[in-house]
Design a binder for this molecule. Structure first.
Ligand code: FHN
Length: 588
């Protein structure tokens, strides 16, 4: 059971009872009643739906990252900022005069979210640049009063979501406002040249607008505040009070600030590697920008979307995936296609995603990932094993049955145990094109030894996140690949002479394995790898500032069992050497 809201736990119990009556697929799938927005309890769509659509859409979408013929690379909604095109306030405001999104189709967007398997939509009501994408009485820099289109798309979208049984909610940039006097990073004087304070902005625009978005669009699932910066607590508290007053069933995002939100939002575009406790979400996007960027055609494939969604559910959280409609309101076709194809898979295997809990292994496995519902494990196999066997390390609970699912049909899977591993016999070809699913029903609650197994069939990568480190530092490093495109690793760095990063592994098939390390650094580096109490190898390889995998050599595990494998840094610049992971592949 996920450690989320108490109401989530209660409703899960109710759901379990109902599931037995109605049959699992009817319960978790298309015909589910409980997960429709109008029947959901507070936070239930977040807690059990596990999958939502995020939309970044505003005046900036019109530019699509091109200003005066020049393309700016990075997240499109920041185009006004000096780190992108640096557009002056008045010039930016003029964009409203040409904003005419005739292709905006609220029903089609809600249907896309529904077909994608998402349970609610959160859309930008006002981003950092201050333009309200709804009809605001508090400020006429809004989509109705300032554009030739003169329509409020949020009424249509809220209505379309309700018609599809989806929840609806708003993103609101409460701290940053780049066009309203006094907003953070905004003008410091008003129209008359008088100094403007944050309080001016808050009282004249922010607070009334939050009143508006929580009063005029029916039930709201979440108010998604963002980038609180150094906004004083008293302001955040007032906004949260408004949400509680007008929308007692809504959640407030953790990015409201000062711990006043209801749940934690991880870093942008971050899918965690280890289980995370509590109620949390990952926010991610279908390409590499939140808002539409004309050049960005690097879309997540349906398989990658499922990999990231199932990783979030498997780590105990919720996945919110963004689309950036164009300035004319249309949704980029490739994003839509990936969402629809992954959604078609979710319709076949809803039990893998909805009301599913975190994996007892607490991390992904070499061939895929695991989600849990009660005593059932769902193994989502992304890399189908060529050798006809799927290796599951460390399962302690007795198996009652194992089935390979094919939509609603299934076939029994033979299985055996050896040295703490479960070995499942599989057909040579994956039954599903994207991801095949094995359901294991256990005789009791899932219990596992979460130690990483060295898979005898396919490569096993173990991230530095899972190392025990002595004499060096283990920390998270985040950086922007392009402006606003966040990447992160946990890495071992600042190596001292005797430092070790030690990985505990369980081995089923003894023999030689090829060991590689993924690292960044400068120049040629010498790394050592030891099976503690056994073989030592070391080798010199090149390095670069980007993380790359380099082979170190073969290493032997003489018999089945648990081993400690220690990595040491022997020669090179220890200040720049950064270890990301170790990789084992059977040497054959
Ligand atoms: O600055 C924003 C960014 O534009 C985008 O809206 C993301 C979405 O999570 N939030 C902020 C950065 O974290």
């Amino acid at each position: 059971m996920k450690n989320k809201l108490t109401i989530g736990i209660l409703s899960a119990l109710i759901l379990q009872g109902m599931a037995a009556e109605q049959g699992m697929n009817e319960m978790w799938g298309e015909s589910t009643v409980k997960l429709r927005a109008e029947n959901a309890a507070r936070g239930q769509l977040f807690d059990e739906g596990n999958y939502a659509m995020f939309i970044h859409w505003g005046l900036y979408s019109q530019l699509g990252n091109k200003v005066d013929g020049k393309t700016y690379y990075g997240i499109g909604e920041w185009i006004m900022n000096p780190r992108m095109a640096g557009i002056p306030v008045e010039e930016y405001k003029n964009l409203a005069k040409t904003f005419n999104p005739k292709k905006f189709d609220a029903k089609a967007i809600a249907k896309l979210a529904k077909d994608a398997g998402m349970k609610y939509i959160i859309i930008t009501s006002k981003h950092h640049e201050g333009f309200a994408m709804y009809h605001s009485k508090a400020c006429d820099f809004n989509v109705v009063d300032a554009t030739p289109w003169a329509k409020d798309p949020m009424h249509e979208l809220a209505e379309a979501c309700r018609a599809e049984g989806l929840g609806f909610g708003f993103y609101y940039s409460h701290n940053q406002d780049w066009t309203f006097p006094g907003g953070n990073r905004g003008p410091t004087t008003d129209e008359k040249g008088n100094p403007a304070t944050f309080d001016d902005y808050f009282v004249k625009k922010c607070l009334p607008q939050v009143e508006e978005i929580t009063s005029n669009y029916g039930p709201i699932e979440i108010v998604w505040f963002d980038t609180p910066g150094n906004m004083p607590k008293k302001y955040v508290q007032q906004l949260v009070d408004v949400v509680r007053k007008n929308q007692p069933n809504a959640l407030v995002s953790g990015r409201a600030g000062h711990g006043l939100g209801d749940y934690q939002s991880l870093g942008d575009m971050e899918v965690p590697h280890k289980n995370v406790d509590g109620m949390w979400e990952s926010v991610d996007t279908t390409n590499d920008s939140w808002a539409y960027a004309w050049y960005d055609e690097y879309w997540k494939t349906p398989k990658e979307i499922l990999r990231r969604l199932i990783a979030c559910v498997g780590r105990g959280g919720t996945y919110m995936l963004n689309i950036g409609p164009r300035g004319d309101g249309s949704v980029p076709e490739r994003a839509a296609r990936s969402l629809e194809e992954s959604g078609a898979w979710i319709r076949r295997y809803p039990q893998v995603v909805y009301a599913a809990d975190a994996s007892p292994w607490e991390h992904a496995l070499p061939w895929g990932d695991v989600t849990v519902k009660g005593n059932r494990l769902y193994l989502s196999v992304f890399e189908w094993p060529a050798g006809g066997k799927l290796y599951l390390p460390g399962l302690k609970t007795k198996i009652a049955s194992a089935k390979l699912l094919l939509g609603e049909k299934s076939s029994a899977v033979p299985y055996e145990s050896a040295h703490g591993w479960t070995i499942l016999g599989l057909p040579p070809v994956a039954p599903e094109k994207l991801v095949s699913v094995i359901e294991i029903e256990l005789a009791g609650e899932p219990e596992v030894v979460p130690t990483f197994g060295v898979d005898p069939d396919i490569g096993t990568e173990i991230l530095a996140d899972f190392a025990s480190v002595a004499g060096a530092e283990l920390s998270q490093k985040r950086w922007m690949e392009k402006f606003g495109e966040w990447k992160s690793v946990h890495h071992v760095h600042d190596w001292t002479a005797d430092a070790k990063a030690t990985f505990e592994v369980s081995v089923l098939e003894p023999g030689d394995y090829i060991v590689s390390l993924t690292y960044a650094g400068e120049g040629r580096l010498v790394w050592g790898v030891d099976v503690v109490g056994g073989e030592h190898i070391q080798n010199q390889q090149n390095s670069s500032h980007n993380y790359q995998e380099f082979p170190i050599g073969w290493i032997n595990f003489p018999e089945p069992g648990t081993y400690a494998v220690a990595v040491s840094f022997l020669e090179g610049d220890p200040a720049l050497a950064s270890l990301k992971s170790i990789h084992f592949a059977p040497a054959r």
